[in-house]
Structures are given as structure tokens and as C-alpha cells.
Design a protein around this ligand. Sequence first.
Ligand SMILES: NC(=O)NCCC(=O)O
Length: 408
Amino acid sequence: MENEVKDEFKASSDGSICGFDSLYRLLKENLKPQHLEEVSRLLHGLNCGKALNTVTLPESAAALSLEHGFDLQAFSFHADKEQLREPRIVRVGLIQNSIALPTNAPFLDQKRAILEKLRPIIDAAGASGVNILCLQETWMMPFAFCTREKTWCEFAELVDGESTKFLKSFAVKYNMVIISPILERDINHGEVMWNTAVVIGNHGNIIGKHRKNHIPRVGDFNESTYYMEGNTGHPVFETAYGKIAINICYGRHHPLNWLAFGLNGAEIVFNPSATVGELSEPMWPIEARNAAIANSYFVASINRVGTEIFPNPFTSGNGKPAHADFGHFYGSSHFSAPDASCTPSLSRNQDGLIIADMDLNLCRQYKDKWVFQMTARYDLYADLLARYVKPDFEPQVISDPLLHKKSL
Ligand SMILES: NC(=O)NCCC(=O)O
């Protein structure tokens, strides 16, 4: 089933798309302005009837992006003015980054180098007044789960471990909620590992954690060698800046996973990810945008960037020759809104920080407009699912009685 992608359609080996670092920049350079406007209307939607505004960030943030070479973009989602509620505007930031050292460097050096690499990007978020910041999936290590080698387990950390401590200081300094997706080691339960997002409050406190619900079994994503499906349900964290939830990477392919966070009242769902171009790139903007529309909340999508080459070649039982990398993590972090608008994406091959101001009033306004929560027929689905999970379930299929009759 491995599809061969014709060379001419493949993204370039530097991770760019034909020399452009994002689809939007490719379109912008190649389309006439009026064509770009129409393409953007369909590709990014309209927010309150208009194309999304960009936001000017402080000089200091722009200077950090220039000095440290990361992409920096900012946008603003509006909502209609209401008579009885004030706007609830939250500034949200997402960071995508490549690893900082080759994967054969000593582990401690690798860890420290990633922390140091992130420091100026987090400072740029802080200088920009970001209220809620989310990092990429297992940001504190290479995404080594393709290898199935157990040596990478050494990177696992306690919920209150080194990475959390590092981020807590930024949370306090910038009065910022930080979502920190890590490889977790649970010492209270036999030292098992989980793929976990730690939610750090704006006072540097740990509000809670969520463990990845759906573990992939596709391509080189051999994560099930390391951790099991999460046991934390679908928590929504009520923070100083709104109700947030985290749907970790592969969970984005499961509409019921998105739904459950919505049923618990999420206003922003973060999707910290690590995924590669050949496998999932066409799905990436569609799934996020669809989740935002269907559940009347904002979705914040973050993907790793770069190609990580491992010391030993591996195979994944799919007939491919042994290889030493996953392929290219295509970045492209972006935001989607309940009104079907979305931002352009960050670079496909560079570190980056994308920021969006979002008026959370838009969530209820879209619930009131489309009333998906009233038209949903949850009772029908609850009944079907309750029957489906039983061993004696029989699909409701009504066959044409003529189907199996011999023709006369
Ligand atoms: N990290 C992860 O779950 N990746 C799975 C591949 C995908 O969902 O695109």
C-alpha cells in the first residue's frame, strides 16, 4: 500500500516546497493579487466576513526571530461585538522546532541543547505578551520512537522533571500558561512511560496533565513499543485565560476524541504533533479545520520540523529497505477557528513561533449560529456505540432481497 510519490511532486530535500518555505509563500509569489485573494478566501476562509488581519509584534520579538533564525508570524481572529459580554481576547503562541544536535551526541548534551534552542523563541513569545504557549510533541528529545531501541527511554522525565522546571520559570516570568508535551516516566506505577502533555499555570504551578489517547500503528510510528494508550480521559483545564485541552498528535484522526474535548467544554484544543510529509501532509490542515468547525472551538496545530537521522537503520515491517530517518517533519503549525477561518502555516523547514489573538466569544457565537450541539443526536450515537462495543454486535445492514436471487 506504500504509494510511490512521483519525484516531480516531492517536496525538495531541503524541506521547502519548490524553494518556498510554505504553501502560502509559494502562492503569494506566484499568483496575481486578485487571484491570491480568491485562493486565500477558500484556503483560509473569512473571519467576520474579512481575511484575517496580521498583528504587529514588538520589535524585541522580531529582533529575536532575526538573530536566531526562526519564522515569526502573528494573526488575529475577531468575533462579533456582543451587547452583554465583553470580548474575551487571548493571545496564543505555538512553537515548532528541529532538534539541536545530531542524535548520536551524548543524551545530556542533546537535551540541554534543545532547552537552549528554545530559550529565545519562548522569550519572543513572552515579549509578545503570549498568554498560552504550546510546544510540540515530546519537544525535549528527538522523535526516536521509529527505532524501537530502548536506549531512548533515558529521555523520559517526571511530570515535574527538568523540562517542566525549565518552563515553569518562563511561566512565572511572563505570566503565561505553558503546555509542555513530554515523554513521561511515572515512578509511582512501575516506572512506566506515557506520552504526556503537562499544563503549567501562569503562576508556575502544575495544573494537571493529559496522556495521549491514541497511539499510532502506522508507518515508522512505532510508539507502541514505548507507551500505552493514555488513561486520563478528555480533561479540559480551566486556566486564567480560558478552557483548554490537548489532543496529542495521532488523536487528531479520531473525530470522537475531538468531540470529547468539546463535550467537556474546551474553547481551545491544542494538537502538539510529530508527523512527516509523505504520510500525513494532505490531511494536516483538513483535520484541524474540521475539528474546529464541528466542535465550535479553536484548534492550535503544532508540528515538529526537520529530518532526524538516527545512528542505526531500522525497518517497520512494511517492505521498505532499512532506513535511518522518519522522513521530513513538515512544521506548518497554524490555527483554525470555529468559523472555518484559519491562519497560513509556519515554515515547512524552519523553527518558528506563530501567534494568534483569538476572541473566545466566537465559540459560543458559532454554537448559536450552527447549533451543532442541538442537532447532534448524541442519543443515537450513544446507543449505537454502546451496542457496537459488545461482542454480540451485529451491523445494521438491510440487504436488497433480490441481491442473492439467481437471475431467471
Ligand atoms: N506522533 C504521532 O502520533 N504521529 C503519527 C502519525 C500521524 O498521525 O500523522
